[in-house]
Design a protein around this ligand. Sequence first.
Ligand SMILES: [Zn+2]
Length: 201
Amino acid sequence: MSRYAEPMSRLIEELKKLPGVGAKTAQRYAFHILRSSDDDAAALADAVRGLKASLRLCSVCNNVTDVDPCIYCTSPTRNQRQVCVVEEPTNIAAVERAREYKGVYHVLHGTLSPLHGVGPDQLRTSSLLARVENGEVDEVIVAISPTLEGEATANWLAGALRGFPVKITRIATGVPAGSDIEYADEVTMARALEGRRELKF
Ligand SMILES: [Zn+2]
């Protein structure tokens, strides 16, 4: 038996489903919402409902968007022939923060993970393969985290795109900026050496 009235335990149960939210935090959030004004509580409920009602995946790149195709896929100032492949829609913001990239994106919504039963069929790859097959892409930049799953995914992609006239590149990984190479593990150091570039004077 729950100690709380039914509407309260129902909200706590829902909040507990959020990542990083345990029973204690869920209780704190629920009581905060109970104490907040009717307007604030309604605004929160509306925002949650509006999210599902107005957002969808871009039919070209699988980015989360309120317009389809998304702003990147329709942008006349971005190179539509250069496609950066990321795991999750949130990774786009990380690439954009560098203000370096002027191409477009493709979101896989996950990585291959044989241990968890995630095979190529579970990833959203078809629209990327179609773009490459139709000759619409010059370069595919694989910007997936250098984890075991990420490496498996990058290798799978390279295999799937083999034979098409497209350049496949992988973002360099290595020693993080501002850190001491003394603390780099051997995989990081090997990658840093592999991704080295010429210094020009
Ligand atoms: Zn898009």
